[in-house]
Design a binder for this molecule. Structure first.
Ligand SMILES: [Zn+2]
Length: 146
């Protein structure tokens, strides 16, 4: 089992890898061809006991494909869940995004950057890296961090 993904950047961006897509798609085509051949051969036999080996072979092809595709789908589902968990964990590390973070009224340590009308917490990404000044009293608070 793979190690848990702790950052969204470390998680694969797609649920399944191209190699898995080729494997499942290729074996799906082989299974379909095998199923048609088995049907064709079984249809040419008059005795049901002579049809049985073809029926067994066709059933085996479908079952093997079903297991392979199901395994690939389960892996893809796990990758999606890992990526979602990593994204949620990354969101949880941002205190200004938490719903239980206390709201700070304007003028109480909040800042504004040039050209902005809303007051932000100093750690808000909207003012990160910009020159800021203390927010004037009564300035509307940021919808993201406030
Ligand atoms: Zn903000």
């Amino acid at each position: 089992m793979a190690a848990p993904v702790t950052s969204p950047a470390a998680a694969p961006a797609v649920p399944w890898l191209p190699r898995e897509t080729r494997w499942v798609g290729g074996f799906g085509l082989v299974a379909i061809v095998l199923l048609v051949v088995c049907w064709w051969q079984a249809a040419g036999e008059g005795d049901p006991s002579d049809q049985l080996p073809w029926l067994n072979l066709g059933t085996a092809a479908v079952l093997v494909y079903w297991v392979l595709a199901g395994r690939t789908l389960a892996r893809a589902r796990r990758r999606v869940a890992e990526r979602r968990s990593a994204q949620l964990a990354a969101l949880g590390s941002r205190p200004w995004l938490r719903s239980d973070a206390p709201s700070t009224p304007a003028g109480d340590g909040l800042v504004v950057a040039a050209g902005m009308t809303r007051a932000h917490r100093p750690e808000c990404p909207l003012v990160s890296g910009k020159p800021t000044s203390p927010a004037p009293a009564g300035a509307p608070t940021c919808g993201i961090c406030g």
